[in-house]
Design a protein around this ligand. Sequence first.
Ligand SMILES: NC(=O)c1ccc[n+]([C@@H]2O[C@H](COP(=O)([O-])OP(=O)(O)OC[C@H]3O[C@@H](n4cnc5c(N)ncnc54)[C@H](O)[C@@H]3O)[C@@H](O)[C@H]2O)c1
Length: 341
Amino acid sequence: MKKTNRVLITGGAGFIGSNFIPYFLQSNPESQVINLDKLTYAGNLSYLEEVAMNPNYKFVKGDIVDSEGLEAIFMEYEINQVIHFAAESHVDNSISGPQEFINTNIVGTFLLLDTARKFWMTKPGQYKSDYEGSRFLHISTDEVFGSLSLADTELFKETTPYAPNSPYSASKASGDFLVRSYFHTFGMDVVTTNCSNNYGPKQHGEKLIPTIIRKALNKEPIPIYGDGRNIRDWLYVLDHCRGIELAFNNGRSGETYNIGGGNEQTNIEIANSLCEILDRKRPLEKGSYKQFIEFVKDRPGHDRRYAIDASKITTELNWLADEYLASGLEKTVDWYLEYSL
Ligand SMILES: NC(=O)c1ccc[n+]([C@@H]2O[C@H](COP(=O)([O-])OP(=O)(O)OC[C@H]3O[C@@H](n4cnc5c(N)ncnc54)[C@H](O)[C@@H]3O)[C@@H](O)[C@H]2O)c1
């Protein structure tokens, strides 16, 4: 029997996707998930072992920048929902090599949107009868809003003008605008979520928190950009996953929802907290892991502060972050102590 929802999840072997898929399969047993992932350096299928044998789960290795491949997948699985995670996601890589960010985050997002439009719709505003209710959910970042200053108390709202500063955030902003245009031009049912920095199990070793943990355990210098006072609003990855699911199931079409944990921390505060957890769990013979913290030359165009106003998703969709930062960091360290980086 055909499942009600055949959900194409792109980038499901990455950090957030591999946390999302097991959660989604459990809370949406009537859905079939097709995970399309190119398995770049950032994808890791072993993170999905727990669902590999689930009859509602299927992995397809492929590239979203391949329109014929996308068409074949839509046809074969009669895809009627899309949750789009796939992206090049590391800001530093977008500075050293921006081309892949343009390909995947802009061209790939466009091809995915357009394949869905052609597969689901006959003309603007008109869905094929079998595809009424089909939705395209786009996962984006708060980095599209640019930077807040350390002095101001402002937060990013859904209405904050876009001002991306890195090739990564510019490519994500372009993707967001394409998604927006498919709502206004073609009447496609789209929703976008813009989330703050995630942390938790399964994050790639290149990102800040895994880097701090790995370097500390190796007793190597823990690199912190600039003066360490850049602020990020940290959200535990499973809280993000719940927000995505709510936006997918209950969000209003054409809307964007900011998701953030209200956990503003400077990078140096995060480094200190992680070192303190490691001091308790893996004490050094002498001193604290903090001795390895080292300030390094700042990243070019390094945004000073990100902070999210999540009141829209809280009011409309009843979303609230469950995890406290302290307990979330503790769980994260436990995971990295169990699975090497
Ligand atoms: N990590 C964060 O803090 C954060 C915060 C807000 C939003 N986001 C967004 O969430 C999404 C997922 O982020 P993440 O941290 O899990 O990223 P990630 O880098 O860990 O994973 C990305 C996944 O996409 C796959 N992929 C890359 N290019 C592809 C292509 N052309 N075709 C198919 N698959 C491809 C990779 O193989 C990988 O599995 C991204 O869109 C990112 O912009 C991330």
